[in-house]
Design a protein around this ligand. Structure first.
Ligand code: ATP
Length: 370
């Protein structure tokens, strides 16, 4: 078992800074939880609290049914892998990996077995005799992973472990860490600010802002049903488009006024949106992802408008096109070749719109009723 519960955990540093506020998380075992959020939002503090490197100011941390608030790191079944590898420079890869087992008094034969097993899984067998300075960044990070693996922790904590690696190596290491997760019987808590890592690695993603959990859910829940504008804007690249608008309930459906356009939405919207926003009085923010605005899109689900191309980033076959629709910025993803100044017919996929309160930023849609 590797059950982890954080109950209303807060951390206030002696400087008075609240790094984590009233944080709750429940994982019933063997999960890959990715913690994402902007710089300074409290991700590392959260890992350090779980590892026991910091004490919580308030709340409880419970591992496999045991409250561990007062337990030292060595007494928790936890290991942590850092961004900068933190290897001993004067020891070989083998000795780095065996170090903790040696301290724990594990005999030489058992140490050897565990290190060789980890080296096999991580493809490090021929590197074991080298010191870190003779290894590449990827190999060093694998040694750091191996050092964590050999102690068979129930909770594997990783703090931006791939951020020092180049893009190709990062992609390789991502799949290696997922392999590792599949082989081990442990809960992984993985901190990153790279949303590709979050979307591809996590069984669940926890999005944090200013020490406060904004939403926790599967990658598709977070992507398709963001709880608020912060989550919607933080996950997804390029960022979701946000446009001011108003909703009004009419006889045949809901009229959305946005960018000076009147868009009729089907009657199902009556049940999908908080009723108080259907009276045309409260401002809303319409969110729509660039891939849900289609160049030359046609059909019942779409509402077409004319846009002017302001610029484009060419990414192989795909283009990220920046347009203006009556003064409002709308980014789209397309394969249609365009250039600055072109007039382009773009169509909003009505079924892929999100609505947020213009005041609180909270999502005002009820996806369950969809
Ligand atoms: P990054 O992505 O930049 O690494 P983070 O999300 O991991 O950031 P933390 O390092 O947990 O954020 O820091 C959260 C907040 O707490 C920041 O405002 C930081 O300045 C503050 N902080 C972190 N450590 C301490 C400390 N030891 N004493 C006082 N404040 C701290």
């Amino acid at each position: 078992m590797s059950e982890l519960i954080l109950k209303n955990v807060s951390k206030v540093y002696p400087t008075g800074k609240t790094a984590i506020a009233d944080f709750c998380l429940q994982s019933s075992g063997k999960e890959f939880i990715v913690i994402v959020g902007p710089s300074g939002c409290g991700k590392t503090t959260l890992l350090r609290l779980i590892a026991g490197l910091e004490n919580a100011t308030k709340g409880d941390i419970i591992m496999d049914g045991v409250k561990v608030n007062k337990l030292k790191p060595k007494d928790r079944s936890v290991t942590i892998v850092f961004q900068n590898y933190a290897l001993f420079p004067y020891m070989t890869a083998y000795d780095n990996m065996a170090f903790e087992l040696k301290i724990k008094g594990v005999d030489k034969k058992e140490r050897d077995k565990k290190v060789m097993e980890a080296a096999e899984i991580l493809g490090l067998k021929s590197e074991l005799k080298y010191r870190p300075r003779s290894l590449s960044g990827g190999q060093r990070q694998r040694v750091a992973l191996g050092r964590a693996m050999v102690v068979s922790p129930k909770f594997f904590l990783l703090d931006e472990p791939l951020s020092n690696l180049d893009a190709k190596l990062r992609a390789e290491m991502r799949s290696q860490i997922i392999d590792l997760y599949e082989k081990l019987d442990a809960t992984f808590v993985y901190v990153t600010h790279d949303q590709v890592e979050a979307m591809t690695m996590g069984t669940r993603i926890a999005v944090i802002c200013d020490g406060v959990m904004q939403q926790i859910g599967t990658p598709s829940e977070i992507y398709d049903h963001p709880k608020n504008k912060f989550v919607a804007s933080f996950i997804g690249s390029p960022e979701m488009n946000f446009l001011y608008g108003v909703l009004l309930k009419e006889a045949g459906g809901v009229k959305l006024t946005v960018c000076g356009e009147k868009i009729m939405l089907p009657q199902e919207m009556f049940d999908k949106v908080d009723e108080s926003y259907l009276e045309g009085k409260k401002g809303i923010i319409v969110g729509i992802r660039p891939e849900d605005v289609i160049a030359f899109g046609e059909g019942e689900n779409f509402h077409s408008v004319q846009a002017v191309v302001k610029g484009a980033d060419v990414l192989g076959r795909d283009l990220i096109v920046y347009t203006k629709v009556r003064g409002a910025s709308v980014t789209i993803k397309t394969t249609v070749p365009v250039k600055r100044g072109d007039k382009l017919n773009i169509a909003f996929d009505k079924s892929r719109m999100h609505f947020f309160s213009a005041v609180t930023g909270m999502n005002i849609m009820n996806y369950d009723e969809a």
